[in-house]
Design a protein around this ligand. Structure first.
Ligand code: 2DT
Length: 212
């Protein structure tokens, strides 16, 4: 952000299967970044607070049925409705730690059998993460951690498919962290890659769009 001279924040996305530890790690990261004196916020998708988010939430809790492409587009719309705010936060110097993003969108929908390129389509033009930290855990291990809620998708066989589809999405921003390590070790590795990413954004790494 050379125009104003104020450094921009980083867009950091955490991805992984259910029970991979994303949510706990995301809140640990937020505390750490704030402790470093950085402006940071924790976001998550789906954002269940909006009208679109409520439709998604009722689908996930099996209270409603939707066609696979319809729910895919709703997840995407739920990111689009946050895009303007996301860009202004980043440009004003706030780092965003985002629990799930377009990579969940594509991995989960394509695991149902939808074409992966079709799935990427509506994500094009959203902001590209500066870092995607993938918390890697074998689906069987994640299932053993227990506490799959009763939501749609929280089943071992489906999670195995999602893991395979995540693998097709690795790109230059992708960093895999072994989520079977002790929680504190995972946290330490995350802090390192995130601080590295924050520094690059401060140095002027451009903010670009996804999958153009
Ligand atoms: P949690 O709220 O527990 O993370 O579960 N999902 C998520 C999709 O299918 N597409 C998406 O675009 C996103 C963001 C992953 C949300 C569930 O919804 C799935 C698990």
């Amino acid at each position: 952000n050379g125009a104003t001279g104020s450094p921009r924040g980083a867009l950091v996305v955490l991805e992984g299967l259910d029970r991979s530890g994303k949510t706990s790690q995301a809140s640990g990261l937020l505390t750490y970044l704030e402790g470093q004196g950085l402006s940071a916020e924790l976001w998550r998708f789906p954002d269940r607070n909006t009208c679109v988010g409520q439709m998604i939430s009722s689908y996930l809790s099996n209270e409603s049925e939707l066609d696979d492409r319809t729910i895919h587009l709703l997840f995407s719309a739920n990111r689009w409705e946050k895009r303007t705010l996301m860009e202004s936060k980043l440009r004003s110097g706030t780092t965003l730690i985002v629990d799930r993003y377009s990579y969940s969108g594509v991995a989960f929908s394509s695991a149902k059998g939808l074409d992966i390129e079709w799935c990427k389509g509506p994500e094009k033009g959203l902001l590209a993460p500066d870092l995607v930290a993938y918390l890697d855990v074998p689906p069987e291990k994640a299932a053993e951690r227990g506490g799959y809620g009763g939501e749609r998708y929280e089943q071992l066989e489906f999670q195995k498919k999602v893991a395979q589809h995540y693998e097709m999405l690795h790109d230059l921003t992708w960093k895999t962290v072994d989520a079977c390590l002790p929680m504190e070790e995972v946290a330490k590795q995350l802090r390192e890659i995130v601080m590295d990413c924050v520094a690059n954004c401060q140095k002027g790494k451009p903010l670009v769009e996804l999958w153009q």
